[in-house]
Design a binder for this molecule. Structure first.
Ligand code: CDP
Ligand code: CDP
Length: 228
């Protein structure tokens, strides 16, 4: 008998992971889990409290007491930190510039990974991030490594900015490349394609094309959707 599966989507910033993961989850009636939002929420709290990433013990101590909730809402997923809606705040320039430094901390990653595994226990989850196929859900039935040329990824991010005058496309390209570098070069669970992940280069693909490609992979696996 067919049953629900887990879908792992990894890749660098701006590849289209969250947009497509949300769409695939919607099509299948699955739950979308944005693991990047969890690292962003931790970063927000650390910046608020002035705790630098070098102070790993303090970061861990504070992170252990945080309650991060990911709630599906009408306009996409809402992120709550200790009950407060931080959905907008965690997308700020400051968070973008610092998140990868906190995400390198081994103890913090272990904490996040165990929370993320719990969210996927009952299957029917589409989870996106950097280490989902390699570390969080190595047994996920469908794994995708989504990428695109850095210029295209920066262009996409620039286009969605509410205040594009605050930066330039060139600066944004450099910022994204630097975050990719930190994510790919860190020691613990670096950004890497799992050996059994399907590579999708979305540089010239529309959102619908990417989403359809992933649904096809799921169908080929023989998964069960919650949508009739
Ligand atoms: O949306 P975008 O691709 O820009 O980033 P994100 O998915 O929100 O992730 C923000 C940052 O969190 C990444 O650059 C990584 O440093 C970190 N992250 C991670 O280390 N592991 C994950 N599973 C997800 C995010
Ligand atoms: O989650 P990730 O950082 O990988 O990317 P995203 O936030 O889902 O996508 C970044 C932007 O690129 C969004 O505004 C998407 O609408 C857009 N996008 C696109 O134009 N074409 C694609 N094939 C995928 C995403």
């Amino acid at each position: 008998m067919n049953s629900k599966i887990n879908i792992a989507i990894d890749g660098p910033a701006g590849a289209g992971k969250s947009t497509v993961a949300r769409m695939v989850a919607g099509k299948l009636g699955y739950v979308y889990v944005d693991t990047g939002a969890m690292y962003r929420a931790v970063t927000l709290r650390m910046l608020e409290l002035g705790i630098p990433p070098e102070n790993e013990d303090k970061v861990l101590q504070v992170a252990r007491d945080m309650v991060i909730e990911l709630k599906p809402g009408e306009e996409g997923q809402k992120v709550l930190l200790d009950g407060i809606d931080v959905t907008e705040q965690i997308r700020s320039y400051d968070i973008n510039a610092n998140v990868s430094r906190y995400a390198q901390i081994e103890g913090l990653r272990s904490l996040m990974v165990s929370l993320q595994r719990q969210m996927a226990l009952r299957k029917g989850v589409v989870m996106d991030g950097r280490d989902i196929g390699t570390t969080v859900l190595p047994a996920a039935e469908v794994k995708v490594f989504m990428t695109a040329a850095v210029e295209e990824r920066a262009r996409r991010r620039f286009q969605e900015m509410k205040n594009p005058e605050s930066t330039s496309l060139e600066q944004l390209t450099r910022d994204i490349a630097e975050r990719d570098r930190l994510d790919a070069e860190r020691e613990v669970s670096p950004l890497r394609q799992a050996s059994d992940a399907v590579l999708l280069d979305t540089t010239r693909m529309t959102i619908s094309e990417v989403s359809e490609a992933i649904v096809s992979l799921c169908e080929a696996y023989g998964m069960e959707s919650s949508v009739e």
